[in-house]
Design a protein around this ligand. Structure first.
Ligand SMILES: Nc1ncnc2c1ncn2[C@@H]1O[C@H](COP(=O)(O)OP(=O)(O)OP(=O)(O)O)[C@@H](O)[C@H]1O
Length: 513
């Protein structure tokens, strides 16, 4: 059982004071939440804990002993494991090899030992996380890879475990498994720190919390008992946020997008739906329900096998270039896939897709680009030193905001499809993003959102399409769309959670059930 203390930790990046004297204590048998807006300094603190970054000032004390880690291996050797947002694994290697990465030669030799495999399999089984040790990491889901990472820490008897936004890419089932594991680790006396933007996870899993703002600790909660959500939000963003979704009725026009019998190799069966001018259409389903696959086929990112898409009555070919030219855009949930250019500025990244609009006689209108970038930096509260800053220097959530701005600033939009619009984004910026989406719909743009967060879909959409196991299983008007009604459709028969279950992370409640 170990206690870890951060004492007056400071970290300066060129032009940014990322941490300014942060102190907090992780105690055995407790889960401590680390909260704050995008760019508040959470990941930087965890990178110092893992040895990936060196603090400029302050101390780390493990059971009262000063620590200084120069690599993740140093930290692990001392019993401290950090599971970062970007997992560190070797895709071509097996689970067994990844679990023992860096240790194989010392303990087991290079030869894969049957005894070692059996021993590890038995330990994982005992920890309640049985795994196929022969599977290659590249063939696993994000959730499974994350489990491997956690198991790696457990096999090395880590006593302090940090999880940085661990559920952001997990399916409901994987999240349930993770929550069970976190509770077991707490019961086993590990000291845990948990970073998440999802309030319900914080309340369901954490005992205490620190809120960071601009690199400083602005609130400490020794216990979360009796603490309301509003108190945490107020501490994080420094203001009250009511009515996050800001929905109001708006007139809707004619059918804009008509999808009939559309099928692609990645879809399980053909699907049909329509969306109107000025409508926000929400797609809800559990991870793996087939929402992204259907909308990728609409966009032309996946080859269509059959079916047709009409945009304002005109057939739309299944090609990305044609879709973009026709004003149908798709913002993917994966910012790497979406083409973030790390070494380019925030302004260039925001303007990449609309460069063709601002280019005149072959020259890019840099003033117009900078002006557009400034507008979105302010509007979405993108924390950066200015439009010229390299985007890779921004925190994960702020990169995500800049990418969204790329699509939100498109001038020729007719249909905007956004996959997981606010994943990894703090609550203050979420509200701004929703406002921009409402603004687009007010101008007649058809907005389609794919989201795994039911409150987001319920709060934002005019109609909700529910998918399950590759099929559309229902379409609900806003007035009919209660949590219970949507979940009843989204879960396989017999597995729906109790109707009165509070959401969103129904996953959390499910895990506890
Ligand atoms: N390598 C770097 N170079 C320059 N600035 C950096 C670097 N890494 C982080 N920063 C800056 O430090 C600040 C804190 O970033 P950090 O990643 O710790 O935020 P965060 O709280 O984890 O945010 P998020 O919720 O978006 O993940 C941000 O302003 C970020 O731009």
């Amino acid at each position: 059982m170990s206690q870890l203390e951060f004492r007056q930790i400071a970290k300066q990046f060129p032009g940014v004071r990322a941490l300014d004297g942060v102190s907090l204590c992780l105690r055995p048998g407790r889960v401590h939440a680390l909260m704050g807006e995008n760019g508040a300094g959470k990941s930087t603190l965890l990178k110092i804990l893992s040895g990936d970054l060196q603090a400029d000032g302050g101390e780390l004390l493990l059971d009262g002993q000063p620590q200084r880690y120069h690599s993740a291996a140093d930290a692990l050797a001392a019993g401290v494991a950090v599971i970062h947002q970007e997992l560190q694994y070797v895709p071509e290697m097996t689970v067994f090899e990844n679990l023992l990465l860096g240790r194989l030669p010392q303990r087991f030799g290079f030869v894969r030992s049957a005894t070692a495999v059996r021993e590890i399999a038995a330990r994982l089984q005992a920890m309640g996380v049985p795994m196929d040790l022969a599977a290659r990491l590249k063939d696993l889901s994000t959730g499974q890879r994350q489990m491997v990472e956690i198991c790696k820490a457990l096999l090395r008897d880590a006593r302090v475990i940090a999880l940085d936004e661990p559920t952001s890419s997990l399916s409901h089932r994987e999240a349930e498994q993770l929550f069970r594991l976190v509770r077991e680790l707490r019961a086993a006396g590990k000291a845990l720190v948990y970073v998440s933007h999802r309030m319900d996870e914080i309340f369901a899993l954490c005992d205490s919390a620190t809120v960071l703002r601009d690199g400083r600790s602005v609130a400490e909660f020794d216990s979360l008992q009796g603490i309301g959500r509003d108190a945490l939000v107020q501490a994080m963003v420094g203001r009250e946020i009511s009515d996050v979704y800001g929905w109001a009725p708006r007139p809707q026009g004619a059918v804009r997008l008509q999808v009939s019998g559309l099928h692609s190799a990645r879809m399980k069966s053909p699907a049909s739906f329509e969306a109107r001018h000025g409508e926000i259409l929400g797609f809800f389903g559990l991870v793996g329900a087939g929402r992204s696959e259907l909308l990728r086929a609409v966009y032309g990112a996946d080859t269509r096998l059959q079916g047709q898409v009409l945009l304002d009555g005109q057939p739309l070919a299944g090609e990305v270039g044609r879709s973009i030219a026709a004003g149908l855009m798709f913002c993917s949930e994966d910012r790497k896939e979406d083409g973030i250019v790390g070494c380019r500025s925030v302004a260039e990244n925001i303007n990449i897709s609309s460069r063709r609009h601002s280019a005149r006689w072959g020259f890019v209108d840099e003033a117009a680009e900078a002006e557009m970038a400034e507008r979105f930096i302010k509007r979405l509260r993108i924390r950066c030193s200015g439009p010229e800053q390299e985007i890779q220097r921004l925190s994960g959530g702020n990169q995500q905001k800049a990418l969204l701005a790329r699509w939100l600033s498109e001038q020729a939009l007719r249909v905007l499809i956004i996959d997981e619009p606010t994943r990894g984004i703090d609550i203050g910026a979420k509200r701004e993003i929703y406002e921009v989406l409402h603004g687009l719909a007010d101008q007649g743009v058809t907005v389609i959102i794919i989201s795994s967060e039911l409150p987001e879909v319920l709060g934002l959409a005019d109609r909700i399409v529910v998918m399950r196991e590759g099929e559309i299983v229902g379409t609900l008007a806003r007035e009919q769309a209660s949590e219970a009604a949507v979940l009843q459709l989204a879960f396989p028969a017999g597995e729906a959670p109790p109707a009165a279950q509070p959401l969103p992370m129904s996953t959390v409640e499910l895990a506890a059930a």
